[in-house]
Structure formats: C-alpha cells, structure tokens
Ligand binder design. Structure first.
Ligand SMILES: [Zn+2]
Length: 224
C-alpha cells in the first residue's frame, strides 16, 4: 500500500500509519485554491498559514464582499500615482496635502514612505508639507542615495523659500544613515534643519509609533 507503512502500537499489534513524506507531497486543495495561496504568499508578511486563513475568509464571505475587495485592489493599482511635488500617494497630479491652501508650504517634513505621512497626519500636530523619499539608504539591500527621491527635494529647497526642514526618517540604522546623508546635503543651503526628537524608540519604524509619541517627537524636534 503506497504511502502507508506498517508499525506496531503500544500493545504490539499491527497498525497502519501515514508515511509522513508522502503526506506532505499530497495537496488536499483544488488547483484554483493552490493558485490563490501561491499568489497570497507573494504578499509581504504572508506565509502559508496566513494564506490559508485568508482563504478561509474568502470562502466564507459573501461573493459581493470578495468582488468589492478585488475591484478595490485593481482600482488602487490603476489610479494611484505619486504626487508631482512630494511623492506622496495621490490620484491627481498633486496630493491632498500639497493641494491644501492651509498647509504651511515652507516647512517640509522628510519621511521614508507614504505610510509615514499617514502616521504623522493621524497624530494631527503637523501643519507643514511632506517630502517622501520612497525608501532609505540601505547598503545591505544595495540601496544608495540615487535610489531615493532626493533631487526633487533639493529643487524644492532652492525654489520655494523653505524655512524649516524636519528629518523624520525611521530610528533604525537605515533611517539614521539616511538622516546623516540628508543633513550633510541640506546644511550648506542654510535652511533650519531639524531631526525628530525623543520618544521614538531606537530601532523602530515611524509608522508603528502611536499618535501621542509622534506628536511629542515633533514638538521636541532638535536642530542638527
Ligand atoms: Zn504632495
């Protein structure tokens, strides 16, 4: 009997046990399910176990919900682009923040990713505008300054009479390396240059900091 082997139980009588090797090779899922799981596993932070949990949700949810989910994904992919000025996510040439007349256009907060903009906006204590670098300097991942959106930033500083720049990159090695690089680059322009203050734990990502921590870090920004 292929896939099965004979073994003895504690009473000494013969019983059948599943051959573990064979069991692992046999998928109990259908072809379309396997295909979906394969695609889900490609998503960041999703392993096979999480993919199976998402699958269970999809199978149980009303068809309408799943259609809406799949349409939402397609819509984002088709319509979202980068803001011409700050690189934040937008569905128009300029993002909501750059379009807003009430924002102080002469204070720029530099962040790594659009998710950082979202986190600082949630804290609600920043009235300036942003510049999204779209990443950080990471020698380990082979990412250098040329992979970041820095040129547009220098152009903004030159052209727009910027009064203050706050570097709000993450408090991890990559974020600190990026902050140092930017400080060297921006200092000669004479613009008031600040770094986020205390409160953000070393080694942590900005987007995971809670709103009050972010507010305090902004308030206690220090000159570099
Ligand atoms: Zn913008």
């Amino acid at each position: 009997m292929e896939g099965w082997s004979r073994g003895n139980n504690v009473n000494g009588s013969t019983m059948l046990t599943i051959d573990t090797q064979t069991e692992l090779n046999v998928s109990t899922y259908t072809e379309s399910i396997e295909k979906l799981i394969e695609r889900l596993i490609k998503l960041p932070g999703i392993g096979r176990r999480s993919a199976e949990r998402i699958l269970a949700y999809i199978l149980q949810a009303p068809l309408e919900d799943i259609k809406n989910l799949s349409e939402a994904i397609t819509k984002v992919k088709e319509s979202v682009r980068s803001c011409r000025i700050c690189n934040n996510l937008s569905e128009q040439e300029l993002c909501r923040i750059c379009q807003d007349e009430r924002r102080k256009k002469d204070i720029i907060c530099i962040v790594e990713n659009p998710s950082d903009v979202s986190a600082i906006e949630k804290a609600g204590s920043f009235a300036g505008v942003y510049h999204v670098l779209m990443g950080s300097i990471s020698p380990l991942e082979g990412k250098g300054p040329s992979d970041l959106k820095i040129e547009g930033l220098l152009h903004r500083i030159k052209e727009n009479n910027i009064q203050e720049i706050i570097i709000a990159t993450d408090a991890d090695t990559e974020g600190e390396t990026t902050a140092l690089y930017l400080a060297k680059l921006i200092k000669p322009t004479g613009v008031k240059l600040m770094r986020l203050g205390i409160g953000i734990p070393m080694g942590s990502n900005l987007e995971y900091a809670d709103s009050s921590t972010l507010s305090k870090a902004l308030e206690s920004r220090r000159q570099v």
